[in-house]
Design a protein around this ligand. Structure first.
Ligand SMILES: [Zn+2]
Ligand SMILES: [Zn+2]
Length: 378
């Protein structure tokens, strides 16, 4: 382990109340033998961060937000070097979930729905970086990506990039892992047709995940003027067809024109719109599978279960974050097969995080993913 210089400070954006971050300095934590300190190079702003920022959901403040990070090992305990086979300067990413490794779901490998940990802090879910770990949690407040460093305890999953990648591509590991998990949950196979609704970051990563699984054709659906640019990026990432549902009468008919009258083998709903969620179910064929990745703000759906689900034996799965998704995401990113960095349209310094959130919250047409860079000059 490197010896720590006395009084080294870490700059972080502390989320103090809805709509407000303050930049604050914290002590660099002293590490145990199994711990790591990651220097965060970029951290993406996720849709759920915007929900937290708007006060729609989330734990009580203050805490450090941000879970889509990429960086490098800057300090590492001696045991962690042996156990994790990593060392100083390695390019790594750390999974958002820090599972308990003990509950029934963790034991089944489904640690993305880990239940244990301290429910008084995390609301009954496993610990998630940047989402449900308060700044008061020991040994340091550095549990989120909008900071210069991230504390990595032994329970966290760390992935190393054997070949150094552009930070701008590596920062998409978490959303790509989530998209891969959606594809895995529905067991999307080669040659199967797949409809993806919502060309945001997750939807666009789902195009990559579906392409990687050998799906054909991949149909990406957006809505409105604001999605036009995203649909173009979707084509560049591998979508075989794109549809802007605002420009046509019936998107279900349009999908059937492409895949045949029975409908698609699978759909991935990534827009979080209740209307699109219903469409996603109706677009799949008999025996088809539909996965919901987007959250719709707890709204009810208008469905006729008999005809929409039961008679057609359609299965619908919810899908949250990822379990065993990062390995595949790292592999895809290392392959450089897909121009993923096109998703990163805006970069802000840590000091400008409030402006960054106002900007993304206003849903500008030209933005897909905005990232925070805590080291803009190095
Ligand atoms: Zn996210
Ligand atoms: Zn667990």
């Amino acid at each position: 382990m490197k010896f720590q210089k006395m009084n080294e400070k870490v700059k972080a954006a502390l989320f103090v109340k809805p709509g407000k971050f303050i930049i604050q300095e914290f002590e660099k934590p002293s590490l145990g033998p199994y711990d790591i300190l990651m220097k965060i190079r970029l951290c993406g702003i996720c849709g759920s961060d915007i929900h937290f920022w708007n006060g729609v959901q989330g734990i009580s403040t203050p805490y450090i937000m941000g879970h889509e990070f990429i960086g490098e090992v800057t300090e590492v305990g001696t045991k962690a070097i042996q156990q994790r086979r990593i060392n100083i300067d390695d390019q790594i990413t750390v999974e958002i979930l820090i599972p308990c490794h003990q509950c029934r779901w963790c034991k089944q490998g489904r640690y993305n729905i880990c239940q244990k940990d301290d429910a008084s802090f995390t609301g009954g879910y496993g610990r998630q970086y940047g989402c449900n770990i308060p700044a008061s949690r020991l040994p340091t407040p550095l549990w989120g990506g909008f900071a210069q460093y991230l504390y990595v305890p032994p329970e966290a999953f760390v992935h190393k990039y054997e070949k150094k990648m552009e930070w701008k591509t590596g920062v998409l590991t978490e959303p790509l892992a989530t998209a891969l998990h959606a594809v895995n949950v529905a067991k999307l196979g080669a040659g199967e047709s797949c409809v993806i609704l919502g060309p945001g970051t997750i939807g666009l990563c789902a195009v990559v995940a579906a392409k990687n699984a050998g799906a054909y054709p991949i149909i990406l659906i957006g809505a409105g003027e604001k999605d036009e640019n995203r649909l173009v990026v979707g084509q560049e990432l591998g979508a075989d067809y794109t549809i802007n549902s605002s420009q046509i009468k019936n998107p279900i008919d349009k999908v059937r024109e492409v895949v045949g009258d029975f409908g698609a083998d699978m759909s991935i709903e990534a827009s979080g719109s209740p209307e699109a969620q219903v469409l996603a179910i109706k677009m799949v064929k008999r025996g088809g599978r539909c996965v919901f990745v987007g959250i719709n703000g707890r709204k009810a759906l208008t469905l006729i279960p008999d005809t929409d689900l039961v008679f057609r034996e359609v299965s619908v799965s919810g899908c949250i974050l990822s379990a065993q998704g990062y390995e595949g995401a790292v592999k895809i990113i290392q392959s450089s097969q897909f121009p993923l960095s096109k998703l990163v349209t805006h970069e802000f310094s840590l000091e400008r995080i409030n402006q960054a959130f106002h900007f993304i919250n206003s849903r500008p047409d030209n933005a897909i993913k905005a990232v925070i860079n805590p080291w803009p000059k190095s």
